[in-house]
Ligand binder design. Structure first.
Ligand code: ADP
Ligand code: MG
Length: 348
């Protein structure tokens, strides 16, 4: 029987509220990596290096060469709802950045120990500051440092043993981090990414800056996949939807379905679209074999709501059915034309 009956209603303490919210946004180390990668990209970085200890549970360090953070802003950067990216709710309809809520760094600082070292172009040195529960633990200190930002996150969920307990083994958490970095390195191929385990010399992921999605596809998925790819391009004027991507042809298949989706640059899930493309290939491929699919959609920011999910993993967009149908047709057409040209080649 419920035991709260008759108890008075009272407002929760701010720290409790923020800790609860943080646990929804940052479920596991890979979420923190995603948020911080997006911040680096928002900051215009062209090089992003990540070092991880113990699958992210011990430490995550991310260094970028973006715009840095001003000394004067270091004091509030980890507070909840502080951002440099939007001013008004309406700004969400013309959003061009990943971030907008000002919750990521705050959340991370509520579940781990955070240290930031940052240097802006107009500063002669870097400044560092440490944080706990959204607040600086002391004044900022001048230090040496390149332009850009380094964020160190230590002791994930040190203050939430239950959450720490239900996480997977560090090796599995590391795989999830690898997946996040792979996705962003595919989509933002002009940016150089590296990911390595703390104490190891060889990086598990390393992509050069100024490369292309196709180059990086070779790095991550191998030449055997890359040479079977058909490039996809389509524009739907009615819904102002643009799709670009790479998919394997109908004469090639994999044991595992790889489906990488980006909407307006965000790595997102859309189970309906994923299923739809799988069904499309089921017509062409043998049983239990799958395609490789990389799709990048651009939709008018006003048609997509990224604010439906705390980790922004699933997004909603208007005209979902129509847009999915358009993508389906675009891929199907591409597969068919490639088969025609194949037949043609064989005949001549
Ligand atoms: P949001 O991205 O929604 O604004 P965050 O909590 O992720 O919220 O970040 C808060 C603010 O900190 C950002 O608006 C940005 O000004 C600054 N910031 C965070 N990470 C970086 C970075 N790597 N480089 C430059 N500025 C950053
Ligand atoms: Mg952010």
């Amino acid at each position: 029987t419920p035991s709260f009956t008759g108890k008075r209603i009272h407002k929760l303490d701010e720290t409790v509220v923020n800790k609860i919210a943080a646990g929804e946004i940052i479920v596991r180390p890979a979420n923190a990596v995603k948020e911080m990668l997006e911040n680096s990209l928002d900051a215009g970085a062209t090089e992003i290096s990540i070092t991880v200890k113990n699958g992210g549970l011990g430490m995550i360090q991310i260094q970028d060469n973006g715009c840095g953070i001003k000394k004067e802003d270091l004091g509030i950067v980890c507070e909840r709802f502080t951002t440099s990216k939007i001013d008004h709710f309406e700004d969400l309809t013309s959003l061009t950045t990943f971030g907008f809520r000002g919750e990521a760094l705050a959340s991370i600082s509520y579940i781990a120990r955070v240290k930031i070292i940052a240097r802006t172009a107009d500063s002669v040195c870097a400044f560092q500051m440490e944080y706990g529960l959204g607040r600086p633990l002391g004044p900022e200190k001048p230090c040496a440092g390149n332009m850009g930002t380094i964020i160190m996150v230590d002791d994930f969920f040190y203050n939430n043993p239950t959450r720490r307990m239900i996480l997977n083994a560090p090796s599995e958490e590391y795989i999830r981090i690898q997946e996040v970095v792979t996705k962003y390195a595919m989509r933002f191929a002009h940016v150089g990414f590296s990911l390595k385990k703390h104490g190891e010399h060889v990086a598990d992921i390393r992509t050069p800056s100024k490369s292309t999605t196709l180059d990086n596809c070779k790095i991550f998925f191998g030449n055997s996949v890359a040479r079977e790819l058909l490039s996809i391009e389509g524009l739907n004027e009615k819904y102002q939807c643009q799709v670009q991507g790479y998919v394997t042809n109908a004469n090639f298949s994999l044991k595992k379905y790889t489906f990488l989706l980006f909407i307006n640059g965000r790595a997102v899930d859309c189970s309906k679209l994923k299923k739809c493309v799988e069904l499309l290939y089921a017509v062409h491929l043998p049983k239990h074999s799958f395609p490789f699919v990389y799709l990048s959609l651009e939709l008018p920011p006003g048609l997509i709501d990224v604010n439906v999910h705390p980790t922004k993993a699933e997004v909603r967009f208007r005209f979902e059915e129509e847009i999915i149908a358009f993508i389906y047709e675009t891929i199907e057409q591409r597969i068919l034309t490639s088969q025609e040209s194949r037949t043609f080649m064989v005949q001549t």
